[in-house]
Write a protein that binds this ligand. Structure first.
Ligand SMILES: [Zn+2]
Length: 355
């Protein structure tokens, strides 16, 4: 079968699955909160606490975080809206995150293994084991212990705002100017998001199951000090895909990466999405695939986006490039569900058994 024929078969616009690929609603929620007169972020680190926010007693906090839902459980989208609406209210945010399993609502003391209790400090909460010994309390730990937020001092507001804008595909520079934050903070929050997308991408099954068509391309990405080769693949007719940085260009390595990522039954075609990409790979028989014509919207393209869009920040090492590739894979696979997928992934951190 010639490529031309295949191409016309699959030009069906119904394959453009991300037609409503738009996070406008979440983004508007975030932006409207930023439009107020108060400074968006008085501090770059720590949680923003407003004077008129009520901090409930620890027992009340715990009870609210444990409340049973009346009626059907909320959708992930409803949970996200709830978080974004309350992100200026620290105690309320904690309650939502605990109630929805995004923060631990129980902690076990690492010293004596007894259940810990919430303690209210001036304008924050922490976990404390009140088993007394001669020196006083047994142990205490952060409210963020055992969650995705554990290793950051960034506020929930910053993290969730970056998550929304990240899913909306904002550049670091754009985020930094809208959120009035240093690129350092933006990059820290984005590394956290990449921790999610790395985990999500690692669980995707191989592409091309049930003899589906798979296109593979070797893509060259120029970093500041290095030139990287990437093997990328997409299943035709769905959004399934993968991308892996190549440590060398040997046929053996390419075969190995194919074995991991592509079903042995798949119908594989090597393609090129640019006509004169790489003289090194002139020997690889590849058919020209006009991806920009195939997908109406640039956001649905995969190979071209990998080649054209990486920010310099992600090109410093193979590891950061691989994380960026994983992010692109999740973006393409999930489409408008990317934000929901990320928030659902947060639960896998708190459900880990401790220690
Ligand atoms: Zn203890």
């Amino acid at each position: 079968m010639s490529f031309e024929k295949k191409s016309s078969q699959i030009m069906d616009p119904s394959h453009d699955m991300h037609d409503d690929f738009d996070y406008s609603h979440h983004l508007q929620m975030v932006l409207s909160q930023l439009n107020g007169d108060e400074p968006a972020y008085p501090m770059d680190v720590g949680d923003v606490v407003l004077d008129d926010v009520h901090f409930p007693k620890p027992a009340d906090m715990a009870a609210m975080a444990d409340a049973e839902d009346i009626g059907p459980p909320p959708t992930t989208n409803e949970i996200i809206e709830d978080i974004l609406e309350n992100v200026d209210n620290y105690p309320k945010t904690l309650q939502i995150l605990m109630l929805r399993g995004l923060l631990k609502k129980k902690q076990q003391c690492k010293k004596c293994e007894k259940p810990m209790h919430l303690r209210r400090r001036k304008c924050s909460y922490e976990w404390r084991c009140r088993t007394k010994d001669k020196k006083g309390d047994c142990s205490s730990c952060s409210i963020k212990s055992g969650s995705w937020f554990e290793n950051t001092k960034l506020s929930f507001k910053i993290i969730f705002n970056v998550l929304v804008m990240h899913c909306k595909n904002y550049s670091s520079g754009h985020m930094s100017s809208i959120l009035k934050l240093s690129t350092h903070s933006i990059n820290e929050a984005r590394r956290m998001v990449h921790e999610l997308t790395d985990r999500i991408a690692s669980r995707y099954p191989r592409i091309g199951e049930k003899t589906k068509d798979v296109y593979l391309e070797i893509i060259t990405i120029k970093g500041k000090n290095d030139v990287y080769k990437v093997l990328a693949g997409q299943e035709i007719g769905t959004n399934h895909c993968f991308a892996a940085v190549l440590n060398d260009c040997s046929a053996a390595l390419i075969e190995r990466i194919k074995t991991v990522n592509v079903d042995p039954q798949a119908k594989v075609t090597m393609v090129k999405t640019v006509k004169d990409d790489d003289p090194d790979f002139a020997s690889v028989a590849a058919i020209f695939f006009d991806e920009k014509k195939y997908y109406v919207h640039a956001r649905d393209q995969f190979f071209c986006n990998l080649r054209e869009n990486p920010e310099e920040h992600f090109l410093s090492t193979r590891v950061t490039l691989q994380s960026w590739l994983n992010d692109q894979v999740v973006r393409k696979t999930e489409g408008i569900k990317m934000m929901e997928k990320c928030v659902e992934e947060l639960k896998t951190f708190t459900s880990k058994t401790s220690r």
